[in-house]
Design a binder for this molecule. Structure first.
Ligand SMILES: *[C@@H]1O[C@H](CO)[C@@H](O)[C@H](O)[C@H]1NC(C)=O
Ligand SMILES: *[C@@H]1O[C@H](CO)[C@@H](O)[C@H](O)[C@H]1NC(C)=O
Ligand SMILES: *[C@@H]1O[C@H](CO)[C@@H](O)[C@H](O)[C@H]1NC(C)=O
Length: 455
């Protein structure tokens, strides 16, 4: 069906362009001028307007070259129609000619390119929206997240070129085809580096992908060298715009509260439902952010069904605070020992304790209304992306409260490794950017609670 309609449209365009071409040629014949003899001069000489000025040997009749039929033009129009067809077929809302720009005109942003079938209803039902971002290579974590998280999910994705965009769209369509939870809950947004003008969803390939093996399918799709993020030197030129994507995901949440995570941070089971109950009871005067503790898990264990099980695993060394060995300041101020010893009277969410020893570089995952400061989009790639935003919250006077018994997990016990050079490079650039950022924060709030300016 789709092919026939496309064929009909193509024929119509072809007929239209041909007719237009003939029309232009005829028009040109009648508006021919004499060489080197502008009409104004002729008019002055003759003293009246005369369409049929005779050309002579001195001023021979000159025809402008007729507009040649341009196949490229036709092909571009056909591509646009093809994209419209695919939009319709896949419930996709993507017109690459209609992105909005970021503040620095480096990227194009597209909101809601796919809306989860139940995203709007879920946004009304749940107080909290899970906002997250991912490149193609990590997007499969959604399968697990959407299993445990009952509420709406707003996911910002990134594609730096046409190949990556095509593969990304293909995989998203595959996830939607095979997974009702993703199809219902997740709304997708897209950021691109200005570049791709068209996309193609490989329909035959999509149909051939089997639902049983999402990791294998993904592995196959990112086999091309250029799609392995971070591994190849050209990634230096197109670093992953984490903060831009975070803002894109945040702003497209429709619920009152936003839980911003990285895509591979998996929320514990039933969290969205318990948060509804919590926010019915909890009132915050002033500026509050609710921290959800994050653990990293040994790959060999099952995802802990509750806090009791998580602590049991932690005692066996199969789970530990996120980044505990890699960079302890990352989560240290959460005070995991205090959280672990807090006695939950039942499974309802409560504040276990407030964060009392806030320190620079603390970057918890927290729930708050979207009135918190935006993520500064000048930080691109790795380093200072989330902790700079949390730092601003602290200076702005936010209080952080740790919630129990909910938690999040990251798969894999992280060990310290030397950073690849591209990552070191990004970190250095962002460190310089942070020197500027902290001065701006100081002049914005006239406060320096961590003595950042003196140092
Ligand atoms: C046809 O159109 C394209 C894009 O508009 C242009 O780049 C190309 O030079 C044109 N070709 C000819 C032969 O005029
Ligand atoms: C936690 O999960 C385990 C395993 O499913 C279960 O036996 C236990 O009763 C649960 N504990 C609580 C407090 O719900
Ligand atoms: C954690 O809480 C305990 C008990 O309140 C306290 O003694 C300890 O100093 C806290 N540690 C951090 C890092 O805040």
């Amino acid at each position: 069906m789709g092919k026939w309609r496309l064929w009909n449209i193509s024929i119509s365009i072809l007929i239209f362009l041909t007719a237009y071409n003939i029309f232009l040629t005829i028009k040109l014949m009648y508006s021919a001028t004499c060489a080197d003899h502008p009409p104004e001069v002729l008019r002055q000489e003759n003293g009246k307007v005369n369409e049929f000025i005779e050309c002579n040997e001195k001023y021979p009749l000159q025809q402008e070259p007729a507009v040649k039929f341009n196949m490229t033009l036709y092909e571009n129009v056909a591509e646009i129609y093809k994209n419209l067809e695919q939009n319709k077929k896949y419930h996709l809302n993507l017109n690459l000619g209609l992105g909005r720009s970021d503040d620095r005109l480096n990227y194009k942003l597209y909101d809601n390119i796919i809306i989860g079938d139940k995203f709007i209803q879920l946004s009304e039902k749940y107080e909290t929206c899970l906002a997250t971002q991912s490149s193609l290579d990590k997007i499969a974590s959604l399968i697990e997240s959407s299993l445990y998280w009952g509420g709406p999910i707003s996911l910002a994705t990134f594609a730096s070129n046409e190949l990556e965009l095509n593969r990304l769209l293909l995989y998203i369509m595959y996830l939607r085809k095979c997974n009702t939870r993703i199809r219902d809950k997740v709304s997708f947004h897209l950021a691109t580096i200005k570049g791709p003008t068209k996309f193609t969803i490989n329909e035959e390939r999509l149909e051939s992908l089997t639902c049983g093996n999402p990791m294998g399918v993904l592995k196959d799709l990112i086999k091309d060298k250029s799609l392995k993020r971070g591994v190849y030197p050209w990634r230096l030129k197109t670093p992953y715009p984490q903060n831009l994507l975070r803002n894109l995901a945040r702003k497209n949440c429709q619920s009152k509260y936003v839980f911003l995570t990285d895509v591979d941070i998996i929320p514990s089971k039933g969290m969205a439902e318990s948060l509804n109950d919590f926010f019915e009871r909890q009132f915050c005067e002033g500026k509050c952010a609710y921290v959800v503790p994050t653990y990293e898990l040994d790959e060999r264990v099952f995802f802990p069904p509750n806090k009791t099980d998580l602590i049991r695993m932690a005692k066996k060394g199969l789970a530990r605070p996120f980044h505990h060995k890699v960079f302890i300041y990352n989560q240290y101020a959460t005070n995991f020992s205090r959280w672990q010893t807090y006695k939950d009277p039942d499974q309802k969410i409560r504040v276990s304790h407030p964060v009392t020893n806030f320190e620079f570089l603390y970057e918890p995952f927290y729930i708050a209304t979207d009135t918190v400061p935006p993520h500064d989009e000048r930080f691109v790639g790795y380093g200072y992306t989330r902790n700079s935003q949390v730092y601003e919250m602290f200076v702005a006077g936010y209080e952080f409260y740790v919630l129990s018994p909910i938690f999040t997990c990251h798969w894999g016990l992280q060990v310290k490794r030397s950073r690849p050079p591209w990552r070191e490079h990004q970190n250095n650039l962002n460190r310089k950017q942070f020197d500027q950022f902290k001065k701006e924060i100081f002049s914005k709030y006239s406060k320096d609670p961590l003595n950042m300016i003196k140092h």
